[in-house]
Structure formats: C-alpha cells, structure tokens
Write a protein that binds this ligand. Structure first.
Ligand code: FMN
Ligand code: FES
Length: 428
C-alpha cells in the first residue's frame, strides 16, 4: 500500500501492529554480523521449516491457531553469547544456539510454552529466563538500539508497527523546518561521531545559507578499530537512521542525501538498500513524501576503508570521486560541503537519535544523560571484557560501570590497567 497522507500512515501502522499482534509466538533470530558468522542463518532456515508445518493449526497449549513469526533481526547486543534467539511474548533469550537445538526449542517453547533452561544465560548460579532481566541488559538504557533485536531488520512494516515514521509525519505536517531545527537545538543533541558538535547549530547554519541546493550526508565510515555501533544501527534498524536523515533534509531544505558506508560492511549496505527500496515503494521516501509536497532522495556510497575518509571533508571528496583527503577550513562543510554546496554531515547514531527527539521532545531528551551532554551513547565492548557486545548507556556513565557492571569485568579478572598494557613493565 502506498502512503499518500497522514491517514494512510495511520492505517498502515494499524495494519502492521495487527499483524505483529496476530503472531502467537515471535522467534527473533539474531542476524547481526556476529551471529551470522556463528551460523544463525542455518538456525533461521531450520526454524522456518519447523514452524511452517504448524501455520494455521490449533496448537496444544491454548485456544489459538498458530501463526508464528520467524524473523531475522539485527544485533541483540550480547554478541559474546551468540547466536542468540529471542522468543516473544515470553521474552526468553536462548544463547549459543546451534542448529541441533532448534527442534527442542520448537517442541518445548513454541508448541508447549516451556523454557529450554539449558540454553539460558546463567550467572553466579542464577538462570535468567527473560532477556531484560540479564544484568548485561538490565543496566543499560537502550533508546537508539531499542528496536535492534526486536524487529525484522528488512521489513518496513515492522518498523511502522513500533512507531516508525511518526516523527517524520509530525515534522512534515505539524512543524515548520525552522521549528524542527529549534527542537534539535533545544535538545542539545551532540554529534555522536566523536567531535560532539551541537547538531541543531550545524543544521541552523546550513538552513540559513543563500545557496538553495543543499545536501544531507551520513557518516557511516566507522573507522575506529573495534567499533561497530554504527554498523549495528544500519544492520538492525536502518529505517530509524533514514527517518532521521529525511527529517534533517526537511529541516535544512535539502532534496538529496548520501550515506557513506565502508565497503567492509556488506550486510549494512544490503539492509540499507532494502530499507531505501521499501521506503520508496510505500511513499516514505522519494517524491511527495506522504503527500506532504516534500521530496527527498537517498543514495549509498561505498568507502574503500581508509580511516581518513571518516573525516568530513575527506568523506565528501571521496563521494565526489576525488582522493579522500581532509582540506583546510574555511570554507566549512556547512557552507561548502558536498559538490561545493551547504551540507549537513552527521554520524549514523546522531541521525538515529532525531526521530525520538521529534516525537518525545527536547525535554524528554534532557531527562537522560548529563546537563551538558544529554541522551545516551552506544558503545562496542570489545577486547578483554567478559561480556563483549553492543551496549547503550546514558551519557555520564563511568567506564567502571561499563566494564564491570555491564561488561562483567576483565577476562581472567586481571586489573583493568594491566589489561590495557600489552606488555606491562615490571613496576606497574
Ligand atoms: C581522521 C578522522 C576520522 C573520522 N572518522 C569518523 C568516522 O568514522 N565516523 C564519524 O561519524 N565521524 C568521524 N570523524 C568525525 C567527522 O569528521 C565529523 O565530525 C562527524 O562525522 C560529524 O558528525 P556528528 O556531528 O554527528 O558527530 C572523523 C574525524 C577525523 C578527523
Ligand atoms: S550479532 Fe548477534 S548479538 Fe550481536
């Protein structure tokens, strides 16, 4: 169905919610890069095969007729324990699942509503049935990553079912572009790409340029070693980032946007392509979005994996087909960026924050994090930490909380400082 108005969006969201609710059980198999490497695609195929046999049949545990949703989601975060399988509505999380475990999961949990305890996470003698109760998750504040692991990453309907594109609707139909800029300014959202520059201020500068051709660029280069926050957003909830970019386009008066992703992220590129195609097909991207009169197109550019291309001016040069080299400023990107035009350049996670800020407001955003840096931050926990994975915490959370309370401490229980030194001198 094509969405040509606000009413159409409401109807599409209602249909998507109804479909999600009609699923007597949802099996969410992690299809993030880590779990796929561990064989989660075989688990998905097996679960599909097992559940197709009971589709529409009355099942033993209740009066319902089985309609089991078997979905490939993005990264659930707890990559150390992958491949992960989450079952809703019980919210059971099964860890280190193998293809051979599928029949037991199907028989016990899908048909008989019973947990398979041997596949559940255990810490200090406690078995955790529900995903949300596991300390790794319980100590986090997942906002940007909220949908990752909970929805099918390749289905726009699932994004609509969890409130997707409502922020865009609000921006297009209830706010002027400058009101959108003002809310982002008030939220004090600071760039998540490292520099921490105020996003709203950047947008304001682009919006006030005389030049009317403007661009929105997303920095998905993510060159920092060990980091995979941006990759996980692009793989697990690509529409959230797209929605943020379209809102940015509307706010600054741009009609075109570019997503720069490193070529080493093939799954992220694939999911972004699927998301763009689906959003265009239903009228949430492209010409006359939702019948609002606003048009915006998105393109994907693959980077060849040079760390320096993550720097804004090197990145825009690379998109133009030039050598990826930073240039001296001024002129700044907001004045003369991509193709010499005023450009908003933000990071993946920065854009992914925008829909929530538009929907819930700047005040809500200030209720998270610190006074000078509100909101949350996603981190990739890699290296010698016990629980490696992807986490999200309020700004201001200490490294100690991240490493010890969420990460479970350093492997081998060595002190953190020693662990950071590859070959510690004798007096340390
Ligand atoms: C050498 C270098 C590499 C960078 N790499 C990245 C990167 O991989 N991803 C990113 O978002 N920002 C990176 N940045 C920062 C960008 O130049 C830019 O400030 C940022 O993408 C702006 O987005 P934000 O305001 O949303 O953070 C890098 C900067 C430098 C100097
Ligand atoms: S890739 Fe599966 S939990 Fe991260």
């Amino acid at each position: 169905m094509r969405i040509n108005s606000r009413d159409d969006l409401t109807m599409a969201a209602e249909a998507a919610i109804a479909e999600m609710k009609s699923q007597t059980k949802r099996i969410l198999i992690c299809a993030g890069t880590g779990c796929l490497a561990g064989g989660s695609d075989r688990i998905f195929a097996k679960m599909k095969e097992l559940t197709e046999g009971i589709e529409g049949v009355e099942i033993e545990f209740g009066p319902e007729v089985a309609h089991v949703g078997v979905k490939q989601s993005g990264c659930h975060g707890f990559c150390e324990m992958g491949p992960l399988v989450r079952i809703e509505p019980s919210n059971y999380l099964y860890i280190k699942v193998k293809e051979e475990d599928c029949e037991e999961i199907f028989r016990e949990t899908i048909l008989n509503d019973r947990p398979v305890e041997r596949l559940m996470y255990e810490l200090d003698g406690v078995k955790y049935k529900e995903q949300e109760a596991i300390p790794f998750y319980a100590r986090q504040t997942r906002q940007v990553l909220k949908n990752c692991g909970h929805i099918d990453a390749e289905n726009v309907q699932e994004y609509l079912a969890v409130g997707g594109y409502q922020a865009l609707e609000k921006a297009l139909f209830e706010m002027t572009p400058s009101e959108v800029v003002d809310v982002v300014l008030e939220s004090n959202l600071r760039g998540r790409g490292g520099g921490g520059f105020q996003t709203g201020y950047k947008w304001k500068q682009v919006a006030r340029q005389k030049e009317t051709i403007r661009y929105v660029v997303c920095n998905g280069d993510e060159g920092d070693p060990g980091a995979f926050m941006d990759r996980s957003v692009m793989e697990g909830d690509p529409h959230k980032m797209l929605e943020g970019m379209i809102i940015a386009g509307y706010a600054v008066g741009a009609q075109e946007g570019y997503i720069y992703v490193r070529a080493e992220y093939p799954l992220a590129i694939k999911r972004l392509k699927v998301a763009i195609a689906q959003a265009e097909e239903v009228g949430l991207l492209g010409d006359n979005i939702m019948g609002s009169g606003y048009s915006f197109r998105l393109h994907i550019n693959r980077g060849a994996g040079a760390f320096v291309c993550g720097e804004g001016s090197a990145l825009t040069a690379s998109i133009e087909g030039e050598r990826g080299m930073p240039r001296t400023k001024p002129p700044r990107t907001v004045e003369q960026g991509l193709f010499g035009k005023p450009t908003v350049l933000n990071n993946v996670e920065t854009y992914a924050n925008v829909p929530m800020i538009i929907t819930k407001g700047a005040e809500w955003f200030h209720s998270l994090g610190t006074e000078t840096s509100p909101g949350t931050k996603a981190f990739a926990l890699t290296g010698s930490v016990k629980n490696t994975g992807l986490i999200e915490v309020p700004m201001g959370t200490t490294l100690r909380e991240i490493v010890y309370e969420i990460g479970g401490g350093v492997k081998g229980d060595v002190p953190l400082r020693q662990c950071r030194l590859a070959d510690p001198p004798a007096d340390v």
